[in-house]
Design a protein around this ligand. Structure first.
Ligand code: RB5
Length: 141
């Protein structure tokens, strides 16, 4: 069964909570923390925890949020079965699914407008990988 994992550091905490609030009527999130915007934590700890869970099933999806989305993206993409996309527009989010079959979306909680983040997540969850010529390319990653 497909599971949706979400995690953030302190810099992404507020957006994580907003996303959970906005989508929880239709999505069941597995929230892996952090639990506060006040207590500084280290983003790789959350990226690694989430990616280990996402990698267990190819239907799984992950949402990672830190201040800029940079650190979470870097840490997540160290994992073999993870393709994490730093999403900042509807168009780049759509392409991350169509062409790259991204299984983790990363968002910059301190940089992206909340409503744009919601739109990106919606597109991420509802766009299918095109396959075809893109499949051999992602296999080469
Ligand atoms: C934390 O201050 C900040 O460095 C982190 O959230 C993230 O932006 C790192 O890439």
């Amino acid at each position: 069964m497909k599971k949706i994992f979400i995690a953030s550091d302190h810099g992404g905490y507020t957006l994580k909570q907003e996303i959970i609030k906005k989508f929880s009527n239709r999505l069941n999130f597995k929230d892996l923390g952090t639990k506060s915007s006040k207590k500084p934590v280290n983003y790789p700890d959350y990226a690694h925890k989430l990616c280990k869970n996402v990698a267990k099933n190819k239907l799984n999806i992950g949402i990672l949020i830190c201040g800029s989305a940079m650190g979470m993206t870097m840490a997540a993409n160290r994992h073999k079965k993870i393709r994490a996309a730093l999403c900042y527009s509807v168009k780049n989010t759509k392409l991350s699914r169509l062409h790259n079959d991204a299984n983790v979306i990363t968002l910059g909680g301190r940089l992206i407008d909340k409503n744009l983040a919601f739109k990106c997540l919606n597109v991420f969850l509802n766009t299918k990988f095109e396959g075809g010529r893109h499949l051999k390319r992602i296999k080469k990653i």
